[in-house]
Design a protein around this ligand. Structure first.
Ligand code: GTP
Ligand code: CA
Length: 497
């Protein structure tokens, strides 16, 4: 009797133990699965943001980038979220009123505050990089350049973002980061694919950057930039030609025609019927041409269009020096350049000009490109204006020169042949992000491209979760089986007895 009671009491005790064990088991399963889910992926996809201001010679643009805020930055791709074009000219144009340079940025800075979520403002890095316009101002008047930077810094520091500095990029940096952007957006770096060269045509300078098998940097170290990205070594050739941006090259071509200080020039690079008065002091107010300034000249001259592609190309050719070269190969002006290799992406003014002129199809023979330019250049100015009422007159007036300049720079300056020309792609954006140096610059400064290939997880996220879930269930079943001797079935034994 007492044994039976003991057994009954024991059974009373066993049932709650089984329940507790079951509850603990369920909790363990839930905890394990939750850990697996959380460790590998945040429940809510959050983004990080970065802002880069491109203070170019002709204008400033503010780019906002975003990327998934995963454990390490290297797994998600950064993409352009928004671009804000600053109204007015580039910051170097405010040399006489530096505070206005800072003021000009305010509208876009306000816009940035709307695009980046408020709670991310303080952790969002903000950079400003200035290019050829500020390089020229710095050469001409470093005090004025410092004052412009001071004004710009104050404007940026007063924003809620994490200001990381404003500086002038070197030509090598500008070229190399443009190359990084293009290849990053094309996913060529991560996958270790053959890279694409980058051609950037700005207002005051132009860059060419590419990887060439027969360039190791030894022949001209100043043209060499090395990178180790995702476990691959790149020896990049890059050169930036100051004064060979579209605006400065045009200035040089007009200066070339006004060296004797005439009152009128008949310019083959402007359409027939184009006629405007230009100021000598404005034209020669740039270190790119100041040494050519005529000794004796009136205050202004009549700039009259003649519209002749062939003659225009002759003058354009004359701003390149093709004779001096101390290296095995040169492009122009005695600058070393290895043999062109692979495909190229051409952006900025290359794209603006060639898309306007319907010349982005590079399978078109070079002869056809010349014919189309001949036709555009010879079209009367009034007709051009009538046909393109929505396009800014300043741009319209320059397309004959710009097209001629681009063709000459590519084929005679950089030595693109009809075959290699067909490997150029005129581009504005890649997968929604603008081609340009800004993204590459930010990726570099935020260490978002690792030197070594990231450790790829042997299993995707879902795989981890499934395995942990199965293991947890198996463990639980084993655990329950191990408790068999305590199962309620035992409590019935005394009744049988
Ligand atoms: N036709 C046309 N030209 C443009 C447009 N936007 C800019 N440009 C011109 O194209 C040239 C190059 O522009 P950007 O690439 O912005 O040059 P930037 O960055 O200011 O100059 P850099 O400091 O030399 O790089 C300049 O002469 C601009 O005036 C456009 O929408 N259409
Ligand atoms: Ca630029």
């Amino acid at each position: 009797m007492s044994a039976q009671r003991e057994m009954k009491e024991k059974n009373h005790w066993k049932t709650p133990v089984t329940i507790i064990i079951t509850v603990i088991g369920v909790i363990v399963i839930v905890a394990l699965v939750t850990v697996a889910v959380l460790q590998n992926k945040p429940l809510l996809q959050k983004y990080k943001y970065g802002i880069v201001l491109d203070a170019g010679s002709s204008h400033t643009a503010l780019y906002i980038y975003k990327w998934p805020a995963e454990k390490d930055n290297n797994t998600g791709r950064a993409e352009q979220m928004h671009v804000c074009k600053v109204k007015g000219p580039g910051i170097s144009s405010y040399a006489a009123n530096p505070w206005k340079a800072g003021e000009s940025l305010r509208v876009c800075m306000e816009e940035a505050k709307q695009w980046v979520p408020g709670k991310r403002h303080h952790e969002t890095p903000l950079y400003l990089g200035a290019t050829a316009g500020m390089r020229l101002l710095n050469m001409e008047n470093s005090t004025a350049s410092d004052k412009v930077f001071q004004a710009v810094k104050e404007a940026l520091q007063s924003s809620p973002f994490s200001y990381q500095g404003a500086r002038i990029l070197s030509g090598q940096e500008e070229g190399a980061f443009g190359w990084v952007t293009v290849n990053y957006l094309d996913d060529r770096l991560k996958q270790g694919l053959e890279t694409t060269g980058a051609l950037d045509l700005g207002g005051a300078s132009t860059q060419i950057s590419f990887v060439s098998d027969n360039f190791d940097g030894s022949e001209s170290p100043s043209n060499s930039v090395t990178f180790r990205l995702y476990g691959n070594d790149y020896n990049l050739y890059t050169h930036s030609y100051l004064c060979y941006g579209k605006d400065q090259a045009l200035r040089t071509v007009v200066a070339q025609q006004t060296q004797s200080g005439p009152e009128k020039i008949l310019d083959p690079c402007s359409n027939p019927g184009y006629n405007t008065i230009k100021n000598y002091s404005v034209l020669y107010d740039s270190p790119c041409v100041s040494n050519r300034k005529p000794q004796k000249a009136p205050a202004s001259f009549h700039h009259v269009g003649k519209g002749n592609f062939g003659e225009c190309q002759k003058i354009v050719r004359s701003i390149f020096n093709f004779t001096d070269c101390k290296y095995s190969h040169c492009s122009f002006n005695g600058v070393f350049q290895p043999h062109l290799q692979g495909a190229f992406g051409a952006f900025s003014a290359y794209y603006f000009v060639m898309s306007f002129l319907n010349l982005t199809d590079t399978s078109m023979p070079l002869e056809t490109v010349k014919e189309k330019l001949t036709s555009y250049c010879s079209t009367p100015w009034e007709q051009i204006k009538q046909q393109h009422r929505a396009v800014k007159e300043k741009y319209l007036a320059e397309y004959c020169f710009s097209g001629t300049y681009i063709l000459t720079l590519l084929t005679e300056g950089y030595n693109f042949t009809s075959e290699s020309y067909s490997k150029i792609k005129f581009i504005k954006k890649i997968k929604g992000s603008d081609a340009g140096w800004t993204l590459g610059y930010m990726l570099n400064l935020t260490n978002m491209i690792p030197a070594e290939a990231p450790d790829t997880p042997p299993l995707p996220h879902a795989g981890y979760v499934s395995i942990v879930t199965i293991m947890a269930i198996l463990l639980f079943i084993l655990f329950i089986l191990s408790l068999r001797p305590l199962w309620p079935r035992c409590s019935k034994l005394p009744q049988v007895v």
